[in-house]
Design a protein around this ligand. Sequence first.
Ligand code: ADP
Length: 367
Amino acid sequence: MVGVDDVINKLSTVIDPDLNKDIVSMGMIKDLDLNSGNLKFTLELTTPACPFNEQIESDVRKAIDELDGINNLDMNVTAKVMEGRSLDADEFMKGVKNIVAVASGKGGVGKSTVALNLSLALAKTGAKVGLLDADIYGPSIPLMLGMKGTEMDVEMDQEKRKLVPPEYEGIKVVSFGFFAEQEHQAAIYRGPIISGIVKQFLVDTNWTDLDYLIVDLPPGTGDIPLTLAQTIPITGILVVTTPQEVASSVASKAIGMFDKLNVPMLGVVENMSYFECSKCNEKHYIFGKGGAEKISEKHNMPLLGAIPLNSGIMEGSDLGKPVMITQPDSPSAKAFTAAAKNVAAQCSILAAKLQEEMQAESAPTTN
Ligand code: ADP
């Protein structure tokens, strides 16, 4: 007769391709119950946005199929995003499981566009997502969402004395652009003050529970992005670049600086990678090819996605209508979705690494 340990042993042969670990030791099997050949359990994936979710589910079904004596499988598939940040003593922003900071070497490469559409793509998978537009010198998210400056009515939770972030298509959004005065004053502030303001925005917003908070950093390698990346317990940095040599060499410099400061890196997203012609269906590499690939090889970090050039992205931004919402089946939206899944997978990988480190630290030492 098949027993619970046979089931566990069999399930241990299923490997999560991202984490490179078996699903049992990763704690993904919950509430297992075996009764007269009727097997029931929950498969708890590490993120609803994992690119391998379907594969893992089908591998589990195949493994169980191979067991003799199982008449019926009742598998409930859920996802619980892993905690990807080590919280400091005062548990900075507890409840926010992952913070992904989006950086770029230079302005105009589409950092905000990528931050926004990745947030929307993650939310579409069912994850709880927030977006902080911390690009204090040029907050563009309100324009891209059709939420304009002072017209934006940001509420205060009087009891908790925190901002209640407005929601757009399921994501919670806060931007410096909502507060026009700060926006104009920003130009006169220096890095440490701005970093302080950004931290205040992070802490004084009632994000409630979030799986991913995407932070659109100011561009460049100035002291603001560097200070922020060091002082906020983030899961990792995502760098946006375009294929041109001039953009990728600055992006590479930015990555080098984050690396020196030991800030964890998630990977690189190449924006405006190519133009897909609707007449000939061919990809044209208008700005050159392979820029981001070179960066990913040089810095040994994943290339998380390549987003095509699409006039709909630009027009949508100007009209306050992001492409993920207006053209969800377009190649650009599909590229954002693929990139979002890779971002989520990298967050799970970094989270698993972090948990391992924390376990190693707390493990009793033997002499
Ligand atoms: P950054 O935040 O790096 O300064 P933005 O996200 O503001 O850059 O983008 C700069 C401009 O490029 C915007 O007008 C935006 O709509 C446009 N843009 C960004 N990505 C694309 C793309 N893939 N295709 C077409 N236009 C794009």
